[in-house]
Design a protein around this ligand. Structure first.
Ligand code: UT7
Length: 350
């Protein structure tokens, strides 16, 4: 059976540009610190009331579907990657299916954080290869701005993240030279708590970075999923041990890219465009150096959008393609690393 190829791609970022300088109004940080440590100059924040993860995804999906030359009614499966869903449940896939008036197709949400989109296209590729589906919509979308700690306490996390969405339509490739050559998925749960949002959750303890996992008071039984104490102690925000994540990322990114190249008998010099998950410009630069890639072989746009987690790879891929940096026949590598830890790569011939 033929592998999947990207038949259409789209992206959407909110209009509201938030600069590093803007963030200094809320927390003790500086444009200099953020640019030096992350490369980020600005990010986009969704409209507080009128935009959700799903509404942004719909805008990206409309473009991808139109560019694929089909209509929403032709889509026969949805894979939606996000860590910031509109609701705790149900997932965003069904909300998108309803809003875009699609048929009663399957909708699958993937909660794999930064590697979510690469995992999602791997899942979709398998359905195409088995012949089960012919037009799969794969989305990565995030509305981070709604759930960040904008006090100085949360600055190591809050300055990094931004909102946005990217989408692709996958269809069976007409020949074995074009499309997704292979995907490679990994995880190591050993460090699951080093980049995580613990609450709301079904664990019987709650996280406090200083106390490690603390037990609930008996008085709190009955309100464990979400307790007043969690809110009072600001334990409802993402937690990240940045340096630990950084150290692991710069090892696993090159490893999973090399795995993809080896599986296809190719070398790093064969890559026309590497789209790394936009976690931190310094991480992308480490990866570029360790693979000995030229500047024109790597695309970064974290400077303008920050880290948009599951949306970062499709947004960067779409923007690189729109700028004419990816052409037919090019070897494109997608790679991501993040919370879990999970990491993944996909090698495709455009
Ligand atoms: O996409 C998900 C995967 N995530 C990642 O890949 C993130 C990987 N990690 C990183 O990108 C970096 O670790 C960060 C950008 C998060 C942090 O950079 P860092 O160079 O590792 O800094 P650090 O956490 O070691 O903090 C250094 C100092 C600390 O102050 P002291 O203790 O040296 O006085 C922090 O309190 O910088 C301070 N700091 C800040 N200062 C100004 C932390 N955040 C900020 C901030 N503004 N926003």
């Amino acid at each position: 059976m033929p592998q999947a190829r990207i038949a259409g791609i789209g992206m959407y970022v909110p209009e509201n540009v938030v600069t590093n300088q803007d963030l200094t109004k809320y927390m003790d940080t500086s444009d200099e610190w953020i640019q030096e440590r992350t490369g980020i100059r600005e990010r986009r924040y969704a409209h507080r009331d009128q935009e959700t993860t799903t509404t942004m995804a719909i805008k990206a999906a409309e473009i991808a579907i139109q560019r694929a030359g089909i209509t929403p009614q032709d889509i026969d499966f949805i894979v939606f990657a996000t860590l910031s869903p509109d609701y705790y449940f149900p997932g965003c896939g069904v909300l998108l299916q309803r809003a875009m008036k699609m048929k009663e197709i399957g909708a699958l949400d993937i909660r794999n954080q930064c590697s979510g989109f690469v995992y999602a296209i791997s899942v979709a590729d398998q359905f195409i290869r088995t012949g089960m589906y012919k037009n799969i919509l794969v989305v990565g979308a995030e509305k981070h701005s709604f759930g960040l700690d904008f006090s100085t306490r949360g600055r190591n996390v809050s300055v990094i993240f931004g909102d946005g969405a990217g989408a692709v339509v996958l269809q069976p490739s007409a020949n074995d030279k074009q499309g997704i050559l292979s995907t490679h998925l990994h995880s190591d749960g050993e460090s699951a708590e080093l980049l995580a949002m613990y609450n709301p959750g079904t664990h019987a303890n709650y996280w406090s970075p200083n106390q490690k996992l603390a037990n609930f008071d008996e008085a709190e039984i009955g309100e464990m999923f979400f307790s007043h104490k969690m809110i009072d102690n600001a334990q409802v925000f993402p937690y990240m041990d940045g340096p630990a994540v950084f150290k692991k990322a710069i090892v696993k990114f090159p490893e999973v890219i090399n795995e993809a190249l080896q599986a296809n008998g190719l070398a790093a010099s064969d890559i026309n465009m590497l789209i790394p998950h936009q976690a931190n410009l310094r991480i992308a630069q480490f990866v570029q150096q360790s693979l000995k890639l030229r500047d024109d072989q790597v695309y970064n746009n974290i400077q303008h959008y920050g880290n948009t987690t599951a949306a970062s790879v499709p947004i960067a891929l779409c923007e690189a393609w729109e700028k004419g940096k990816i052409k037919e026949g090019d070897l494109v590598c997608l790679a991501a690393f993040g919370s879990g830890f999970t990491w993944a790569s996909a090698l495709l011939r455009w």
